[in-house]
Each structure stands twice: as C-alpha cells, then as structure tokens.
Design a protein around this ligand. Structure first.
Ligand SMILES: Nc1ncnc2c1ncn2[C@@H]1O[C@H](COP(=O)(O)OP(=O)(O)O)[C@@H](O)[C@H]1O
Ligand SMILES: *[C@@H]1O[C@H](CO)[C@@H](O)[C@H](O)[C@H]1NC(C)=O
Ligand SMILES: *[C@@H]1O[C@H](CO)[C@@H](O)[C@H](O)[C@H]1NC(C)=O
Length: 258
C-alpha cells in the first residue's frame, strides 16, 4: 500500500535481485559443489536507498525498470510492502542496466550518489546536484586522491567544489563522514558513533536513504544535524547482517531522532 499524497523522496536508480549462495569455497570452472545456504535478497543501490527512506517514514516513489519475470514481480511486491509508490516502476524484457542513482525530493533538491563511479563522469553531474555524496573508493576514482583519513576526504571535497559541486559529503565507514560546501569551504568531519559492526554491506545506501529522508521531511535541520542523524541510522544498519534486512524502521529507533 503506497502512502497517500505527493512523494517527498523520489529515487531514480537500480533495483536488483541478489541470489546468495553460501559455500566454503568457489567452484572451479564446470565444477558442481555443495553449498550450505541459499537465499534471495532485494538489493540495488537505488532501491536500497528508497527502502531506507520509506522505513523512516518518508512518502517515497521509485523510478526504475525490472524484468517481466517472477523476480520483477517480487520486487514490485517488496516496494509495495514497504509503502513505496510503484506507479513508475516499469517492466521490460530487456536486461536491467546498472546505473548511477539520483534522489530528488519535493523541493527539487537533488542528491547524487556516483555509484558505480567512472573517472569520466559527465561534468554536469557536479554542477547540477545540490548534494554530491560518495564513499572513499568513489572519491578516489573521481579525483585520483586516495582516501584513508578525514584530511584526505577534505581534499577530495575541495576538488569537487572546484568542479562545481555545492555541497560534498564523503563517507568514511566507521569514521563517519566529511562535509564541505561552497558556503563553508572548510572540511568538517562528522564522526559516527562507536558500534560493534557485524555487516557493513549497504551502509552507504542506508546513509544516503536517511539523508534523503531528513532533507525531505525535516527541511529546517542544518546539514550537519542531518548528517549526524544519517550517520546514526547507517551505524544501526551495520549492527545487523544483510542489506535491506538490516535497515531500521522508525518505530525501532530512538524517537529523539525525529
Ligand atoms: N563500522 C562502522 N561503525 C559505525 N558506522 C559505520 C560503520 N561503517 C559504516 N558506518 C556508517 O555508514 C556510512 C557509510 O559507510 P561507508 O562504508 O562509507 O559506505 P559504503 O557502504 O558506500 O562503503 C558511514 O558514513 C557511517 O555513518
Ligand atoms: C563504495 O561504493 C562502491 C559502489 O560504488 C563499492 O563497490 C565500494 O566497495 C565502496 N567502497 C568502500 C570503501 O566501502
Ligand atoms: C521551518 O522554518 C520556517 C521558517 O523559519 C518556519 O516557518 C516553519 O514553521 C519551520 N518548520 C518546521 C517544521 O519547523
């Protein structure tokens, strides 16, 4: 059931079915081996981000294409179960293409996550996004600067501001992230809380989904506050295994976040 009223977070991005086999080792070419577990998961960076924003309470709409097959049907059901509008989820016989994702909220603010990153990214993506959010490896592909510390992330931020970005966020795993903007061109490190991480898969998408949620639903918060809250939500997601299965719902989070 999709939430009524106009969407607050619109995600354009990928949507993939993960077929996961757990085995003790990889098979050699042509070899059949026994696995000990198999499961199907919902993934894709765009869809992950949309699910996280929806679980926090945003009215969300997904724009993507799935195949005309049972996985595609199941994915549409997964969106509906999470209250996401599927009016713009198409079904096609063509193969799904992996692509960068863009999140747009009702203020037409755009948040761009360059995944998978290409060194020759169209320069319009820098100038046309309000927020440009990347992780350490994406930052290195885009700028050639290898990122290990908040200081390195600050250097990346300055380079991306020169390319026309208005606000850059570089996520740093357990270190949280660094933000920098044209209004305040001094890198600011926003640390994440110390947690016991069990599975960091999809943490970046949880972060971006939370960012979109807070920007759309709490437009009066400062960007630093939005980032602090998003760090918190992503740090919750790393404490459980799986991707979407680890994304928290609003009701299970400390209510002073909202
Ligand atoms: N070990 C961790 N402890 C606490 N927070 C984490 C941890 N790993 C990731 N996070 C949170 O998730 C965000 C994104 O993580 P990151 O690893 O940079 O993204 P990606 O999944 O794209 O590699 C971080 O900015 C932080 O808020
Ligand atoms: C950053 O995101 C990409 C997807 O674009 C992923 O392949 C990569 O592992 C991530 N890097 C880090 C340091 O987690
Ligand atoms: C946000 O700020 C504006 C202008 O200061 C104010 O009118 C409005 O009530 C605030 N909205 C919320 C949800 O706090």
């Amino acid at each position: 059931m999709a939430a009524a009223g106009p969407a607050e977070v619109v995600v354009v991005g990928s949507c993939m079915t993960d077929l996961v086999s757990l085995t003790t080792r990889l098979p050699k070419a042509g070899e059949t081996i026994h696995g000990h577990k198999f499961f199907i998961g919902f993934g894709g960076k765009g869809a992950n981000q949309c699910i996280q924003a929806a679980r926090l309470g945003a009215k969300t709409l997904m724009i993507c294409k799935v195949g005309k097959d049972s996985f595609g049907n199941d994915y549409i059901e997964n969106f509906k179960r999470n209250g996401i509008s599927t009016d713009f989820v198409g079904q096609t016989e063509d193969a799904a293409t992996g692509a960068a994702s863009i999140i747009v909220n009702s203020e037409v603010k755009t948040l761009f996550n360059p995944a998978p990153a290409h060194a020759e990214l169209d320069p319009q993506f820098y100038t046309h996004s309000d927020i440009f959010c990347c992780n350490e490896s994406e930052a290195e592909i885009l700028t050639g600067i290898s990122v290990g510390t908040p200081e390195d992330a600050g250097k990346v931020g300055l380079v991306l501001l020169e390319r026309g970005c208005k606000l850059v966020i570089v996520t740093l795993g357990a270190e949280g992230c660094v933000m920098i903007s044209v209004d305040e061109p001094i890198p600011k490190h926003v640390p994440a809380g110390k947690v016991r991480a069990v599975d960091t898969t999809g943490a970046g998408d949880s972060f971006v989904g939370a960012l979109a949620f807070f920007m759309a639903c709490y437009p009066n918060l400062s960007m630093e506050e939005v980032i602090r809250k998003s760090n918190f939500i992503a740090s919750v997601s790393v404490q459980a295994s799986g991707t979407q299965s680890s994304y928290p719902y609003r009701k299970d989070l400390p209510q002073d976040l909202f």
